[in-house]
Design a protein around this ligand. Structure first.
Ligand code: SF4
Length: 375
């Protein structure tokens, strides 16, 4: 009996991996980055798919590959162009790092994507997960990947009852994945476990009755599927109040306004938005008028200010409450009379040029609902 159990234990990884790969071959979604082993395309897809749904990520992936079919073309683009292509995806650090790394590979590595895990993980913007994904999928090396889908699937299957967000839990699950990975086809195995979590062992109402693993699944056999994975620490979201000032000036050829590049170490770094005043609480029109007069030196007796409704924008760690105040600058009011320091960082845009700048989704939403250049 002892030897029989030992044999079963040794065979378990083989049985598990055969089962999941078979499931994958039948059920996988056909996606362009699964039809290639080009490390650039796999890297790009992995970066795009962090924090992004596949249907949304696919459009961006296709757009990126069209604009930048290889590392060299991505490296040759300007950061503003890359951010523009990324616009709407969020987590813009990903795009900046992608661009920096493409430049580094082109300039320092002769355009060759490294094929050694330790070198891959040394690249900017590439962590353990992405390095393992590239190493296994592009170079057939045996490094397990653990994303949110694998964490959920394995925590249920193995009955791991510790906080899913903790470092310890991730380590335990990584060790499990390491012991199960198919060494002959690690890339396929990794994609199979991720896909199984994404399509079958889903967060709400996983497909347990028809699951190929239900006989040995701890959560299913113990009727605690709805209790796992265990999530203890809720992410704390910081509330912020953004008051955007849209200074509009009528010229012969139409209206112009000003954008400002976000150079500070904050959300949306290097993207463009309108001149912004952040406040601790909500600001009313009267408060905005005072700011415009005092901080920007615009006399308001000859001009009008109109406030928008509040726009709520939710990020992982922050909730932005934004209001937009349109200020019609009097005809002879020169922009130079504003604080010159501030003026230097502003760019003048009209209806035709505004779309060339990378802007946060919040600004895009506002502009789509309000044609500020009209009238
Ligand atoms: S039985 Fe249910 S909980 Fe267990 S692995 Fe299958 S889908 Fe997930």
């Amino acid at each position: 009996m002892y030897f029989f159990n030992l044999l079963l234990l040794n065979l378990f990884p083989v049985i598990f991996s055969k089962k999941i790969i078979k499931w994958y071959e039948t059920n996988k979604r056909h996606l362009p980055w699964r039809e290639t082993n080009d490390p650039y395309k796999i890297w790009l897809s992995e970066i795009i798919l962090q924090q992004t749904r596949i249907d949304q990520g696919l459009d961006y992936y296709l757009k990126f590959i069209k604009h930048y079919p290889n590392i060299k073309s991505l490296a040759a683009a300007s950061e503003t162009e890359v951010l523009k292509q990324w616009q709407g995806l969020g987590y813009y650090t990903r795009a900046r790092n992608l661009h920096l790394t493409a430049k580094y590979i082109t300039e320092k590595l002769d355009g060759r994507f490294p094929d050694i895990y330790d070198e891959i993980i040394g690249l900017k913007g590439i962590g353990e997960y992405t390095a393992a994904a590239i190493s296994s999928i592009a170079f057939n090396q045996s490094y397990p990947v653990v994303d949110g889908n694998v964490l959920r699937f394995f925590s249920r299957y193995f009955g791991i009852k510790t906080d899913i967000k903790s470092h310890e839990t991730k380590k335990v699950i990584l060790n499990r994945a390491e012991s199960l990975i198919d060494k002959k086809q690690p890339g396929t195995f990794n994609q199979a476990v991720m896909e199984f979590g994404a399509l079958h062992c889903i967060p709400a109402n996983p497909k347990c009755p028809e699951c190929i693993f239900k006989k040995n699944c701890y959560a299913f056999t113990n009727k605690i599927v709805d209790k796992l994975p265990l999530s203890i620490n809720k992410v704390k979201q910081r509330k912020r109040h953004f008051n955007y000032l849209i200074f509009l000036r009528k010229l012969k050829n139409g209206k112009v306004t000003y954008l400002k590049q976000r150079t500070e170490n904050d959300i949306w770094k290097n993207l463009y938005d309108f001149p912004l005043v952040e406040s601790k609480t909500k600001i009313l029109l009267s408060g905005a008028r005072k700011i415009i007069e005092k901080q920007f030196g615009i006399p308001l007796n000859h001009s009008s200010v109109a406030g928008s409704k509040e726009f709520k924008h939710i990020l992982t760690h922050q909730i932005i409450h934004a209001r937009f105040f349109i200020i019609d600058l009097p005809k002879k009011q020169k922009v130079l009379s504003m604080n010159s320091d501030i003026k230097n960082k502003w760019v003048e845009v009209n209806a035709d040029t505004i779309s060339k700048f990378p802007i946060p989704r919040l600004i895009d939403r506002y502009l789509k609902e309000n044609n500020i250049f009209e009238g």
